[in-house]
Design a protein. Structure first.
Length: 389
């Protein structure tokens, strides 16, 4: 990947807040955390950082649900220190939620949203363009005078690597002027040369974000990922409602199910009379997993008191009102936790307070087993600070 050997120095905090995914952005985010004395735990739950989390969620929802990705017109005023902090940390929060989901489709949607936003911003941001392009391309040359008429040239190596990912005749090398190892990205298809170059840079941003997230996911341990169980559940639940047909089935793999969910499903299937808490938990947890309502209703088909209409009505209520599944303490109190100490090492963990944490931990382990079969991760090596940027 012919990234620049030396990154241009960026002293403008406003620019780093607007483009927090820049290679130089990780140092900036670290500095924001340090200067404000914010730990990852506080980022997740401190009341005074609620605005950051809300902005992160909006950013995430925009990215994964809107066709055009994140709205580039930020509602945050980055001329203020609090505005810059909000932009930088909301990006970090959204990225950590995506990584903690271990859901590759969610990851791909978020990256596409952020990269599309960057593409649009860069196309209109003539002041920042030289610094940003210099951070992602191994070189760039501008010919001509006047912002609209400038023609940008990029090194052949960058173009050859990135252009196959973009459709359209414009992006075939045979259709580009090439002189002395430089490729001209002149105006075309209704876009200026800068907008065309921004499109090419979008591919490098996507690649850089993807690699950064994969590295982070490999380093993330169960306990750290579990801290994000609630926002992960909310975003995957939203995805399941809005894009049901595309919902990643990885969330529904049975080996990932916690014993409490597995036992509720199995007992009902065998005609055992599962109590009220167990039934509500089963339906709410199914919704959190993104299972279709019909499948959830089918879980009850062998119950001794089964009535199709009643079951459909009650399952619909739980889906529409977005019931949060019971946590471990409530399930234990209501005799719906089937494990004893030693039965399941995950359930024995001190931090295991919710079955959603269980399933995220299982997904993380499966993801890491697939990603690095020869080099299993030492699950004790990660710390909160190592995940902070
Ligand atoms: S400890 Fe929690 S996750 Fe594990 S089976 Fe019991 S209720 Fe479910």
């Amino acid at each position: 990947m012919p990234m620049p050997l030396v990154l241009p120095r960026i002293d403008d905090d406003g620019l780093l807040a607007r483009y927090p995914f820049l290679p130089q952005g990780s140092e900036f985010i670290k500095r924001v955390l340090e200067e404000n004395g914010i730990s990852i735990e506080e980022l997740i739950e401190a009341p005074w950082l609620e605005g950051v989390r809300v902005r992160g969620r909006i950013r995430l929802v925009d990215s994964v649900l809107q066709e055009g990705g994140v709205d580039e017109s930020s509602t945050v005023d980055i001329s203020t220190e609090i505005g810059r902090m909000t932009e930088a940390l909301s990006f970090l929060h959204a990225m950590l939620v995506v990584c903690a989901s271990f859901d590759e489709r969610l990851l791909a949607r978020w990256i596409e949203g952020e990269a599309s936003r960057a593409d649009r911003l860069l196309g209109i941001d003539s002041d920042s363009f030289p610094l940003i392009s210099g951070s992602y391309l191994s070189g760039i040359r501008a010919d001509g005078n006047g912002a609209r008429d400038v023609e940008y040239w990029v090194p052949l190596a960058d173009f050859i690597e990135l252009c196959p990912r973009i459709s359209g005749n414009y992006w075939r090398l045979v259709n580009r002027p090439v002189i002395g190892g430089w490729v001209c990205l002149d105006a075309g298809a209704g876009e200026s040369s800068r907008e065309r170059t921004a499109r090419l840079i979008k591919e490098r941003i996507r690649e850089h974000l993807h690699q950064g997230c994969l590295d982070r996911m490999e380093r993330m341990d169960d306990e750290f990922a579990a801290m994000f169980a609630e926002p992960v559940e909310r975003i995957t639940g939203l995805l399941s409602e809005r894009v049901e047909a595309e919902m990643p089935m990885t969330v529904a793999i049975r080996e990932d199910w916690p014993p409490c969910f597995e036992s509720a499903v199995s007992e009902l299937n065998q005609g055992v009379n599962v109590n009220h808490v167990g039934r509500v938990f089963l339906a709410a947890f199914s919704r959190a997993l993104g299972l279709p309502r019909e499948q959830t209703c089918n879980f009850f088909a062998n119950a001794p008191d089964y009535a199709a209409d009643t079951t459909t009505y009650q399952v619909n209520q739980i889906y529409e009102r977005e019931y949060t599944p019971h946590g471990c303490p409530a399930l234990k109190t209501n005799a719906r936790c089937p494990v004893q100490v030693g039965d399941d090492s995950l359930c024995d963990q001190e931090w295991m307070t919710h079955p959603l944490k269980y399933i995220r931990a299982k997904q993380r382990r499966r993801y890491q087993d697939t990603a690095t079969p020869e080099a299993p991760v030492d699950e004790g090596e990660e710390s909160s600070s190592a995940n902070s940027s």
